[in-house]
Write a protein that binds this ligand. Structure first.
Ligand SMILES: NC(=O)c1ccc[n+]([C@@H]2O[C@H](COP(=O)([O-])OP(=O)(O)OC[C@H]3O[C@@H](n4cnc5c(N)ncnc54)[C@H](O)[C@@H]3O)[C@@H](O)[C@H]2O)c1
Length: 305
């Protein structure tokens, strides 16, 4: 039985990861300050412990493995706390790296496709350095995550810590907040209520959307591998935002109409992972179709609203 710390374990992805690692027979310590997480995601299980702690402050717990997922991930959330968001990525990651160093623990850093910014190459390969605005409204998240990757690389080089970096692309599924503000949760809730579906810009911007169970399997495979990364994890099936909206309207049989709003500053126009590395090095690729994932997510939101 491994003792595993999950920072951000009361959030959307973290809650699924905690559950899977518990089911696999591990002891799980969820460290979360509930900034964007939910108390209903805290699990009642004999091998699970919840610690309310802000990772921008040091912590001292001896564990075998650390997953760092703590950081607001939805633009709606990090627009509310831009300075704090950078602190969480930079100081929070530093604290967890120092913890990994102290107890010789393995550590996985949840990075993001946002490190590629508004990408000039498509699909995005891990070798692409990105096209990120350093001073825009999204920079707190993008640059915070980029700096966290730098910390991880230097801790590996200087201190030989067993570190893994994954770059997560848009992920969706149950346990997202109703007010999360990301595209899938917004569209499903609007469609269930027969309200207008709000699209920022012309809706031609594309996204690749991965169901959370696939993503969690990828995170665990990465932790158990010899790879440092960074490795892209995401579903390479690409849809325009318009296609996503129409698919959700159809699956729900909703009366919602599309409503176009001004585009968001620095919103990436395209987004699609190249997952050759994940396939070759981790033997990982997504298995859950978009329709199947959407149906499970719609079922969850029906009970939430
Ligand atoms: N969901 C996605 O599509 C996606 C895409 C790319 C990367 N990621 C990364 O995956 C991770 C999890 O994303 P998510 O979608 O589950 O987001 P989320 O907001 O649901 O979860 C983040 C969790 O971290 C906690 N947290 C935030 N600041 C903290 C702090 N200072 N100390 C302790 N806990 C703190 C929050 O309370 C929350 O429970 C994030 O690091 C995010 O950047 C997610």
């Amino acid at each position: 039985m491994k003792k595993i710390l999950i920072a951000g374990g009361a959030g959307f992805i973290g809650s699924h990861l905690c559950k899977k690692l518990l089911n696999d027979g591990n002891e799980v310590i969820c460290v979360d300050n509930l900034l964007t997480g939910q108390t209903k995601n805290i699990i009642s299980h004999k091998n699970y412990k919840f610690i309310n702690h802000d990772i921008t402050k040091p912590l001292d717990i001896k564990v075998d493995e650390i997953y760092n997922l703590a950081c607001p991930a939805s633009p709606k959330q990090y627009f509310k706390y831009p300075i704090y968001t950078t602190k969480i990525s930079v100081l929070g990651t530093l604290n967890l790296l120092e913890l990994a160093e102290k107890y010789n623990s393995k550590i996985l850093q949840a990075s993001t496709s946002e490190v590629y910014g508004d990408p000039l190459i498509h699909p995005q390969i891990e070798e692409y350095f990105g096209n990120v605005n350093t001073i825009g409204i999204r920079s707190c998240y993008d640059e915070g995550k980029r700096c966290a990757e730098t910390f991880c690389s230097d801790f590996k080089r200087e201190k030989n810590i067993d570190i893994k970096i994954v770059r997560i692309f848009n992920t969706y599924g149950p346990n997202m907040r109703v007010d999360d503000g990301r595209v899938i949760s917004n569209f499903i809730i609007q469609a269930l209520k027969n309200e207008d579906i709000t699209i920022y810009g012309d809706g031609k911007q594309t996204r690749s959307l991965c169901y959370v169970d696939d993503l969690v399997n990828g995170l665990i495979k990465m932790m158990n591998s010899e790879c440092f990364g960074p490795i892209n994890l995401g579903n390479p099936e690409e849809y325009s935002i318009l296609e996503v909206a129409n698919k959700i309207i159809k699956l729900i049989d909703s009366k919602s109409q599309l409503k176009f709003l001004d585009a968001i500053e620095d919103d990436p126009k395209v987004r699609k992972p190249d997952i050759k590395k994940a396939k070759n090095l981790l033997n990982w690729s997504p298995t859950i179709s978009f329709d199947e994932g959407l149906k499970k997510t719609i079922k969850y939101f029906k009970t939430e609203i």
